[in-house]
Structure formats: C-alpha cells, structure tokens
Design a protein around this ligand. Structure first.
Ligand code: PLP
Length: 416
C-alpha cells in the first residue's frame, strides 16, 4: 500500500536534512562523503562518525556557555562513543575534558592524550580494585555515586577533595521516557538522596574528605520542553550544597542534552539552556561542569547496513538489513526512535510504502523502525540508520555472533 510521506519540512526536504547530511547528486552524503561508497569500501556493517559535526556541536556548546558568562568546563562523556580517533581529536580541542565511568575508560582517555587533570570520573558500583586503579592517576577527579563509594574512597585515600553525585528526585529524559530518567520519581541506583546528605557529611568528616563538587545526572535526551525541570534540578542541587561542610566550588550537571529524533522534535536551544544555568548560578562564584555525550555525537553518527530481503506481512512491507539491534542497541533497549534512510535519493513521484525495518538477529525486539513511509528498497542497497553515533558502536555486542562492523571517523572535506 503506497502512503504519503508525512515527515517533510516546509521546504519539502526530509526533517533530518541539514547542511552536512542530505542527498547530493542522488546519493546520501554525510560531511561530503557518499555513504553508499564508504559502505561498499567497508564491505559490511559500517558505523561512521563525522568529526566536523562533533566539532561544530562542541563549538556551539562552548559558545553558548561563554555567551552566558558562565565559568564552565565541558567533559565529553566517553561512554557515548569511545572511538579512539575521536578521543584523540577531542584531546587536541581547547578545554575539552573527559567524563569517564570506569578504570578502563580512564586508561583509554590517557592513551588518547588526556592528562589526569582533564578527566573526571563518576563511578557506578566500583570495586576496591577499581578504586585503587583510579587512585593511581594523580590529579584525576572522582565523584562518588553513593555513601558506600564515599566511604571506600575515604578509607583508601583520606584527606582528599571529592565530588558527590546526588539524586534530588527530579528526572529528565527524551519524551519523558521513564527508562531514560536517572533521578526522577522511580528509585534508581544513582546518587545520594537528599535524606542521606547528613550521613555523607559524617563519612566525609571521618575520612577528612572535602566534598567540594556536587554532581547530578538526571537523565538522557532532554529537549526544550524540559528546561523548566532543569532549572528546578539545579535549584535543588544548590539547596543540597547548603548542607555541606566544605565550601562548594563546583556543580556538575552531568549530560542528558538531547538531539531531535522525530519530525516533531526541535533542536535544543543552547542559548535558552545556558540562560537557565546562568540565572541559577549568578553571583555564587561556582564553576559549572557539563558532561555531554549524546549531544556531541548522536547526530554525527550513522550506521550503514545492506538490505538483504523483503517481505509482505499484515499489509506492511518488511525490509531486512544485514545488521541487528546489537550493533546499535538504544532503539531496542530504550524505545528510542530510529530513522532509516535509503542511501539512494527518491525519484520524482516515487511511491512510499508503510514499512517495518528489521535486523538479522533472532530476537523479537530486533526491529529498527516500524510503519515508516519508505520507498522501495532493493536487495543489496545501502540503508543508513540516523542518529546512532551515541551508544551505538559503544554498546554493540556480538549477540548471535553477528557483531562485526567497521567504525570510521570522517574528517573534514566540507564544512558542516
Ligand atoms: C554521569 C553521567 N554523565 C554523563 C552522561 C552522558 O549522558 P548523555 O549521553 O545523555 O549526555 C551519562 C550517561 O549515562 C552519565 O551517567
């Protein structure tokens, strides 16, 4: 059944088109590279990440913080994408540090050129061995994610300054998806709760730890409609700062800045975002830290796969690709929208069909997209899955032994 294409912007282009991503001479290009050609050269599933796009996003973020008069440091959350050429390029960027979450990430960041002073670690369930490995990097900053971690850092390294990750019970996240909410209504495993602050202060006193940073990461993928909540979140964290015994020097608001994933989403307005932070922090003499992961890399990366067959089921067409959810798990794990695009441009008046796009993994959740208006996709054609530059390659697994893929960083050919 042919269907109308609904996801177009007023000028008739697809909603996801931008200066560095779109069709040229009938072929889908990212940063001046023809994706189908790169795909052919890779000879199998291909993750590509555009460095010009990442760099432009970093510059925009930095510019908005500076324009708002904030004393701020950007720490790239390397869990989003740890491609080594990316990390090496970021290490050469002025003032870009790293947010790491494990000794392995710290070791990789060091190997790619980041000094310990440029790395902040927020740990999730560290063992003593993890902590010892981290403490070997003199100058590294550690945020403790719970009372137990604080206690163990105190025992292993008394007398140091540390950060405390708090959970004030205000969450953020793409489309209010509870699975992406790290600090809202439901009890999550993250952060010290407001009623535990006193105990945290007692632990700090016992080990002569100075808690000089409060850290919060409230969720992933927030856009403009959640800026009010961001404001409440920062206010709540500042309130908790009043209960600390050492003077608060820094507030780290984690990551979570989102990118548009559907035609209805608008890009995050960075000036409005920075204004919220500037207003809350005005006159307090605090340094701000931000840990963007997805914001920098999600819309800079695509996964290119090959169509390997199609079928008709229940009035819909199903197109099968030679790569499954294990190569970019977020759509399946978190229900995030995924945009498939045929790498060959639409012909004039070419019909569109209601289409499901499925992968090659033996799991019911292995569906890239459902009921999308897509043109005919022939066997052997390249299909790009957009917005998978974050938590795609980084979370990939070898499930069903179908984990092989190439992962390339595109460097500048044309400005983004
Ligand atoms: C502590 C912390 N900081 C930063 C991030 C990066 O989040 P995002 O990629 O949504 O910006 C995460 C993601 O889980 C996180 O847990």
């Amino acid at each position: 059944m042919a269907v109308p294409e609904t996801a177009k912007s007023p000028d008739g282009r697809a909603w996801w088109t931008r200066a560095d991503l779109g069709f040229r001479h009938g072929q889908l290009e990212l940063s001046g590279r023809v994706l189908a050609e790169l795909h052919r050269a890779a000879g199998g599933p291909l993750h590509v990440l555009s460095w010009p796009r990442v760099r432009a996003k970093l510059a925009a973020l930095r510019g908005s913080l500076e324009a708002a008069g904030l004393d701020a440091r950007i720490l790239y959350a390397m869990k989003a994408n740890r491609l080594e050429p990316l990390l090496t390029a970021l290490a050469l960027e002025d003032g870009c540090g790293i947010d790491a979450c494990s000794p392995g990430e710290v070791a990789l960041a060091r190997a790619c050129g980041f000094a310990p002073e440029a790395i902040s670690v927020t740990l999730c369930a560290p063992s003593d061995a993890d902590l010892r490995a981290l403490l070997a990097h003199a100058g590294l900053w550690i945020n403790c994610d719970g009372l137990g971690v604080l206690e163990r850092v105190g025992r292993l390294s008394p007398g140091r300054a540390v950060g405390l990750r708090v959970n004030p019970g205000i969450g953020l996240g793409y489309g209010d998806n509870p699975a992406l909410d790290y600090a809202g209504g439901r009890t999550t495993k993250f952060g010290v709760l407001p009623e535990q602050i006193e105990t945290a202060c007692a632990i700090a006193r016992r080990h002569r730890l100075a808690i000089t940073t409060l850290h919060v990461h409230a969720g992933c993928g927030y856009l403009n409609d959640q800026l009010d909540r961001l404001d409440q979140l920062v206010a709540a964290v500042l309130d908790l700062g009043g209960a600390l015994e050492a003077p608060l020097e820094r507030i780290n608001i984690g990551g979570g800045l989102g990118v548009p994933l559907t035609p209805g989403d608008r890009p995050l307005e960075l000036s409005a975002w920075a204004a919220v932070l500037a207003q809350r922090l005005a006159g307090r003499g605090l340094r701000l830290e931000v840990e963007p992961g997805a914001y920098l890399v999600q819309d800079a990366g695509v996964l290119v796969l090959q169509a390997v067959g199609s079928d008709w089921r229940g009035g819909r067409r199903v197109v099968y690709l030679d790569g499954g959810f294990n190569l970019a798990p977020e759509p399946a794990f978190y229900g995030l929208p995924c945009q498939p695009v045929r790498c060959r441009a639409l012909e004039p008046d070419e019909p569109l069909y209601t289409t499901d796009v499925a992968g090659n993994i033996n799991e019911a959740l292995d569906l890239w997209a459902s009921q999308q208006p897509l043109p005919e996709i022939r066997d052997g054609e390249s299909v790009a899955l957009l917005n998978v530059g974050a938590y795609g390659a980084a979370m990939a697994s070898d499930h069903c032994r179908r984990g092989a893929f190439s992962h390339w960083l595109l460097t500048a050919r044309s400005a983004s």
